[in-house]
Write a protein that binds this ligand. Structure first.
Ligand SMILES: [Zn+2]
Length: 264
């Protein structure tokens, strides 16, 4: 094994630190602020060195969450995989940057069910550029428009459905969790630019299937293990954003795994 293998692993760990940092500060301050302790009774700012070295909080000694370590490991594995097999047209650097961007969006969506505005704007620019490199400006443009249009229609239906269900259960519609947030419309636009037309169709379909499968698993686990009432379990939604991101990553970075029967 060559020593050069250390390069992507180190790059992956650095990228993991970036993903953790964005997920730790952006949802709370919307800017690149100093990370603070997650213990609600402490909330003291971290020393940068302690933060980057993954040490516990210097004030209350609370350890960093499992996510921080999982992200580092996952990013290192991804960087290593990409080192040997990146989309040739995009090159290693751009492929890696988009992947790290998508990971950041997915982690924040999973934890906060939010797709933040600064990340949305950055993502639209990044995927407009990389989409054009991958499949030309026309496919990129149509892909983005299609992603937006498809998800906007779903969003309107989702809103209607949530409102009806809330009325039937006699609850305030605003208090109910929405099956589909407006952030998903932005995300579908971003992924549409990146995947291009017609691949975005397949990407969104695959995302719905993956998201549905995960939701089903979560509902089953909740009913079986936690013995929650069925209605209660069915109220929980798995955010679809990470599922769309997952399917887009599969399509662009692991195309051979999906097989050759794709449109486009
Ligand atoms: Zn603390």
């Amino acid at each position: 094994m060559s020593i050069y293998i250390l390069v992507p692993i180190l790059l992956g760990i650095l990228a993991g630190l970036v993903v953790n940092y964005l997920a730790d500060v952006l949802p709370f301050t919307l800017r690149l602020s100093r990370p603070v302790c997650t213990n609600p009774e402490c909330q003291k700012p971290f020393a940068w060195s302690a933060y980057l070295l993954m040490q516990p909080c210097g004030t209350c000694a609370k350890r960093r969450g499992g996510r921080a370590f999982a992200v580092l490991l996952w990013c290192a594995i991804s960087a290593l995989y990409l080192w040997f097999s990146y989309p040739a047209r995009l090159g290693y650097a751009l492929s890696f940057i988009v992947l790290i961007y998508l990971y950041s969006v997915a982690v924040i969506d999973l934890e906060h069910r939010l797709i933040l505005r600064p990340l949305s704007i950055a993502g639209l620019i990044l995927t407009a550029v990389t989409g054009t490199v991958l499949h030309g400006w026309f496919s990129t443009l149509i892909g983005g428009l299609a992603g937006f249009a498809i998800m906007y229609i779903f969003y309107l239906f989702g809103k209607l459905f949530t409102r009806r269900r809330a009325r039937r259960l006699g609850q305030d519609p605003l208090e109910m969790e929405e099956a589909l947030g407006s952030g998903d419309v932005t995300l579908a636009t971003i992924l549409g630019l990146f995947l291009g037309w017609p691949l975005i169709w397949f990407g969104l379909l695959l995302g719905v299937l993956v998201g549905g499968l995960i939701s089903l698993l979560i509902v089953m686990i909740m009913i079986l293990v936690q013995r929650k009432r069925k209605e209660q379990a069915l109220m929980t939604f798995f955010p679809l954003g990470p599922a769309y991101i997952f399917s887009a990553i599969l399509l662009v970075y692991l195309p051979n795994w999906i097989g050759s029967g794709l449109p486009g």
